[in-house]
Structures are given as structure tokens and as C-alpha cells.
Design a protein around this ligand. Structure first.
Ligand code: 13P
Ligand code: SF4
Length: 306
């Protein structure tokens, strides 16, 4: 079995070279995918990386909206997604049509869209944000009224940190939204004096018990810089692989056993091999959508540069 895995990995490496491809992967991917990735990161880091890729082909191991962002930011590259139906259910909770209708109701409304949204939704939003820059993005807007789509949990977290009037959309991440206050209280009792690090896609009643709230990479950096030896992790379980690998001797407890994103777990080594072999599953986007969505992503990335 292990031999087969190693064989598959080396075939992927050969093909990757042949195709002049790079593999980008999100921190929630299966561990065997994390191990073959050229670059592993959170949504913001992956978007930045996609802007300056030298290779002709990007194989994006994550969910669909992430591969779309890579295509938008690097439109001359071929962007392939190993599993086409690895989608983000939260991103599907706001459609272009619904957002357009809302936008038309108010003349002065600015729209901030979480990157976990489709390219079409981004194309009619003023600016994108990720979990690591949402507060800065919202504060940068010269309007009091902001519609924040689609994550109501991240939106309400940001709302508490600004004096803007943030109107929330009713979207949520099914994986993080499932975690309830009882779980965090139970874990706190079981593991006394251990820091709890959570992702802002969790509900407010969970976040209020957390010692640190941040994006996946912010959580990874927190652990790296901490003297503590044990941590409770309140985000998708895939992150534990990197945490354990980079922090020998430190121990991690997942806040809730259900912190598994089915879509992030769809990508297997064989899918990466097949996509490189067949060069299919390409992300194709309409030019008009790309140009609108790029303005929204660029507005975010330019802000981040300052
Ligand atoms: P990060 O940007 O923190 O990596 O989060 C992406 C995501 O999908 C969280 O569920
Ligand atoms: Fe979407 Fe949640 Fe999965 Fe992230 S963890 S990709 S927000 S469903």
C-alpha cells in the first residue's frame, strides 16, 4: 500500500515537471496532498502566490472558489482543479442574482465579499476579504453601510470590531457552524488552562470562549510563536497535520470531532495524478466576470500591500 502511494507520488512529481506545473494546496487538504504541494497556505497566501506563479499550469488542491481566484489573478495560466465538484457550500449560499437584487435596492451600499464566494459574486462586489484581513478591509471602506456576504459568523465577528453598519447575509460554513458552545465549554473543563484557537467562521458563542481567533495560517503562526505545549484547535482537522509536523513536542486537541470539511477531503493523490495526466478539469471563466472579480480581489490585495 505504502509502496503504491510512494509510486503515485513520484509519478505526480514526474508529470508535474513535464507539464511545467505547480501544486498549490489549502491547509485543510488531506495530509498526502499537503506533502506533495509546492505551496501550502490559507486563502490570502494562496491568492498572493497565484499572482506570481512562473509555471504554466496551476493545479489547485482546495475548493472551487479558490481555484477560481487563482484563475482570476493569473488569467494567462491554465488552472486545473483535481475534483470539479469540490465546492464550498458556504460560497453557494449567495448567488449573483440575489446579490444583484440587493445591490439595486440601495444606491450607497458597499459590498464586501468573503473570498469564499463565486467569481460572479466577486464581480459585483466592491472588495473581497479573507479571514485574515476582513477587519482591515471593512475599515478601509469610505461608506458607513456595508453588506457583508456570505458568512454571517465572520461578518458578525468583524461587526464587533468596527463602527461600520454591517448588514449580514445568512450564509455560514456548515463545518464551523456545527460547533456549539457546549463543546467548547466541555473541552475547557477537560483540558484546563490550554489555549483555544478558533477560526472566525465559528459562531459568536464559540468565539467568545476563544483565546485567539484567526485564519488557518494565523493559527499556525500563533502555535509556532507560543511557548505553550498544548492547544485546542477550533478549525477544520486538516490543519493538525501541519501543526504536528512543524511543532514536534506540542500536542493538539480538535475542538469538535465534526470539524471535517467533506469537500476539502475529496481530493486524493489519484485525482492529482489524473488531472496532470489528462490536463482536464480546467477553470474557465467569462472575460467580463474575470475583470469584475479581479477588481474586487485587487482592491483587497493592494490594501494588504500598504
Ligand atoms: P482560511 O483563509 O483561514 O485558510 O480559511 C478558508 C476556509 O475555507 C475556512 O473554512
Ligand atoms: Fe467552505 Fe467551510 Fe469547507 Fe471552508 S471549511 S471550504 S468555508 S465548507
Amino acid at each position: 500500500m505504502n509502496n503504491n502511494i510512494e509510486e503515485l507520488k513520484s509519478k505526480i512529481m514526474e508529470l508535474k515537471k513535464e507539464r511545467n506545473a505547480i501544486i498549490l494546496a489549502h491547509n485543510y487538504q488531506n495530509k498526502e496532498i499537503q506533502e506533495i504541494a509546492d505551496y501550502l497556505g490559507d486563502s490570502l497566501e494562496l491568492s498572493k502566490k497565484a499572482c506570481d506563479v512562473k509555471e504554466e499550469v496551476i493545479v489547485f488542491c482546495g475548493v472551487h472558489f479558490m481555484a477560481e481566484s487563482a484563475k482570476i489573478l493569473s488569467k494567462d495560466k491554465k488552472v486545473l482543479i483535481p475534483v470539479m465538484d469540490a465546492t464550498c457550500p458556504m460560497a453557494d449560499m449567495v448567488t449573483y442574482e440575489e446579490l444583484k437584487e440587493e445591490k439595486e435596492k440601495y444606491a450607497d451600499l458597499k459590498i464586501v465579499c468573503y473570498v469564499n464566494s463565486s467569481a460572479k459574486v466577486k464581480s459585483i462586489s466592491d472588495i473581497s476579504c479573507t479571514s485574515s484581513n476582513a477587519i482591515d478591509v471593512v475599515n478601509s471602506i469610505d461608506s458607513k453601510n456595508i453588506l457583508f456576504v456570505p458568512d454571517c459568523n465572520l461578518g458578525s465577528y468583524v461587526k464587533e470590531k468596527t463602527n461600520k453598519n454591517i448588514i449580514l447575509w445568512e450564509g455560514f460554513c456548515p463545518t464551523h457552524h456545527r460547533v456549539c458552545e457546549d463543546s467548547i465549554i466541555r473541552m475547557k473543563e477537560k483540558h484546563k488552562n490550554i489555549k483555544i484557537l478558533t477560526h472566525p467562521e465559528c459562531k459568536k458563542e464559540v468565539l467568545k470562549h476563544s483565546d485567539f481567533i484567526g485564519s488557518t495560517s494565523a493559527i499556525i503562526n500563533y502555535v509556532k510563536n507560543s511557548e505553550d505545549k498544548e492547544f485546542i484547535i477550533g478549525t477544520e482537522e486538516g490543519i493538525i497535520h501541519k501543526l504536528e509536523k512543524e511543532n514536534q513536542g506540542k500536542k493538539f486537541y480538535l475542538l469538535d470531532d465534526n470539524l471535517v470539511c467533506k469537500n476539502m477531503k475529496k481530493t486524493k493523490l489519484i485525482d492529482v495524478y489524473n488531472v496532470l495526466l489528462n490536463m482536464d478539469n480546467e477553470i474557465i471563466l467569462d472575460d467580463e466576470v474575470v475583470s469584475g472579480a479581479k477588481s474586487s480581489l485587487d482592491a483587497m490585495l493592494n490594501l494588504n500591500k500598504n
